[in-house]
Ligand binder design. Structure first.
Ligand code: ADP
Ligand code: GN1
Ligand code: MG
Length: 361
């Protein structure tokens, strides 16, 4: 399979989808780390999102697409407004994807008149993203979970992420580990604490729910006119999971005061104000969280942040195969912001719990 995807290949692949007329525009789009995303426009001016699905991340793409087809159809029944749910554009043969010699491809309608933020501009934007993800989980409450495939097994099984980290450290293929010993030591110092949620899940103390599992701010679209929560996107990782991890991954990304790859760590903190507004929106949109879930929300944030930092470092040591990188040391820079955030959360631990107590519905 070739790695070089030319414009001709893109245009040829697009011919396999139910798009009206010729494509007049096709250019890279967005800031995702996993799939390759293109914005496409057809002759009539209608816009689409066209993606090559990462087979490095997703080992069974047909199963993943079946999940997305099921989940979007289910959610569509619950909403009168088509812009609130992703709409797949099917292939000419009626399939939800096209497979060719270059890989797996899919197309969605572009959700028009929306805002996709890389960082929260205002507290209200972040609050609305909490409403979007909380509502998403709430709406999937009665989804027949046995129909969902696990698209990345053990995706947020933190102890298993430690196992993989140890494996890569033992191999250390590029001899990079010696220069990042401080980061490695810090990650191991957190192991016991951040394994708590997985243990609670295994003991039945936290319920498995249908969750999104990748609740970055740039995986939600706000309505451009009202700036209200509109549509949750990037559904590749919708599977059974923990509500506190959906909450936590949003805090990790959206309550950070700097970008995920900021090099100046003095700029990187977790905003307690943002933590408060997200908590407010999430518990409001997602009533029915158990007492254990509520009290573990701060640990959800700390766990997702540490786990993500460890995943970036694993990929750095392994030679940068998983996350798309755009500069030397990119994954290491990303790892360092996450570890800085974990330290900051630890220093704010009491206040985070106080906020949870004040904001719980
Ligand atoms: P990745 O898994 O690589 O993050 P995403 O599915 O999140 O890929 O898509 C990358 C970006 O493309 C999103 O952050 C968003 O800006 C944009 N995007 C994806 N789907 C749509 C859509 N249907 N309408 C509008 N924008 C979209
Ligand atoms: C990836 O696909 P994207 O860019 O929204 C990753 C998440 C990480 C995130 C870090 C399937 O998210 O798990 O938290 O990067 N998605 C996958 O930015 O691994
Ligand atoms: Mg994304």
């Amino acid at each position: 399979m070739s790695n070089v995807i030319t414009k001709d290949i893109l245009l040829q692949t697009l011919k396999g989808f139910q798009i009206n007329g010729d494509v007049t525009y096709c250019e890279p789009y967005g800031f995702g780390h996993i799939n390759s995303t293109q914005l496409v426009v057809d002759q009539s001016g209608k816009r689409y999102i066209f993606q090559k699905i990462s087979e490095r991340a997703f080992k069974d793409v047909p199963a993943l697409m079946e999940n997305i087809d099921l989940v979007t159809s289910f959610l569509r029944e619950k909403s009168a407004d088509p812009r609130t749910v992703l709409t797949l554009v099917y292939a000419l043969d009626g399939s939800s994807y096209v497979k060719n010699e270059y890989g797996y491809w899919r197309v969605y309608d572009f959700v028009e008149d929306t805002i996709c933020l890389q960082s929260a501009e205002t507290d209200m934007d972040f609050y609305e993203s909490a409403i979007a993800f909380g509502r998403f989980q709430q709406n999937l409450n009665d989804f027949p979970v046995e129909k969902l495939h696990e698209t990345i097994p053990n995706f947020h099984n933190t102890p298993d992420r430690f196992r993989i980290f140890r494996e890569v450290l033992a191999k250390d293929p590029l001899n990079r580990a010696k220069d990042v010993q401080a980061e490695i030591d810090f990650i191991f110092s957190q192991e016991e604490a951040v394994s708590t949620a997985q243990r609670m899940l295994e003991r039945g103390e936290l319920p498995a729910r249908v969750t999104h599992n990748d609740t970055k701010l740039n995986n939600v679209l706000l309505d451009a006119a009202t700036r209200k929560a509109l549509c949750v996107i990037d559904l590749d990782t919708v599977m059974p999971g923990l509500s506190i991890f959906d909450f936590g991954d949003s805090i990790r990304f959206g309550a950070a005061t700097a970008a995920e790859d900021e090099k100046d760590l003095s700029k990187v903190t977790m905003s307690l104000d943002r933590f408060r507004v997200y908590t407010r929106g999430f518990v409001q949109a997602c009533p029915g969280l158990t007492d254990n879930e509520i009290s573990m929300l701060p640990m959800g944030a700390r766990t997702m942040t540490l786990e993500c930092g460890m995943r970036f470092l694993t990929d750095y040591i392994d030679g940068d195969h998983y996350f798309a990188v755009h500069r030397e040391g990119h994954n290491l820079d990303r790892c360092r912001t996450q570890l800085k955030l974990v330290r900051d959360m630890e220093s704010k631990w009491g206040e985070m719990h106080k906020i949870i107590a004040e904001e719980k519905a």
